[in-house]
Design a protein around this ligand. Sequence first.
Ligand SMILES: [Zn+2]
Length: 265
Amino acid sequence: MGDVILSKVIVKGKIRLKTGLHIGAQRETMEIGGIDNPVIKDPVTGQPYIPGSSLKGKLRSLLEKVKGFKAERNIGTRTNPIYIHACDKSYDEIKNCEICRLFGTSGKDGDNFPARVLVRDAFLTEEFKDKWEEIVEIKYETAIDRITSAANPRPMERVPPGVEFEFEVVYNVEDEETREQDLKNLFSAMKLLEDDYLGGSGSRGYGKVGIIITGIVERPRDYYFGNKDERVLLPTDKIKPSEDGGVRVLEILEKFNEIFKHESS
Ligand SMILES: [Zn+2]
């Protein structure tokens, strides 16, 4: 079940690492005295990437926290619980929940509500694709065993600061009434992410990122039938990319109405 898609808003940008990033390849298995604690890599190219699911999960949880939603549903395992807010209501009620409407909820007893937002895997930008073998580095981190308190220095792979990933987020406009609130929430979550962290070891300073938006287009339903052009929402004559090639998330939020105003028909 789902609503009719009126248009798709496609947001493209770059994630720039400000500190090292570690998104582990094996989250479940903690190897004792681990030989290696690798970062997740694309099995085809062998290059590190940021899984869309990690990014989406982080955006969701940040928005939940700042909006005061209770995280009560465990989507992890019993030993490795991950709690999120998830509505367990009827389809029409879920439509009124700003979290589940945007990020989706798997109906427990209620209905399934597919996410309106899709976050693609973020791969290295062209600039870093060629030199990825040099960029993944090994850092020795002292992990304290929670049970024995013994220090356990383990090598940990990380992607160093300065590296950039390309990301893409697609938002399905399903009704005009909630378009503005959903999109605002999406960019607010991105801004929150800049003041939080991505991946593991955030308390040790890992995962600080900067986000710049390089382009936003809106494609109406008719675009997909060849009957209408896409609408470029960004860059505009007034809002141009800065010298680093994009627009800051905060600027998007500040000029939100100007960027996302409805097409005057
Ligand atoms: Zn909800």
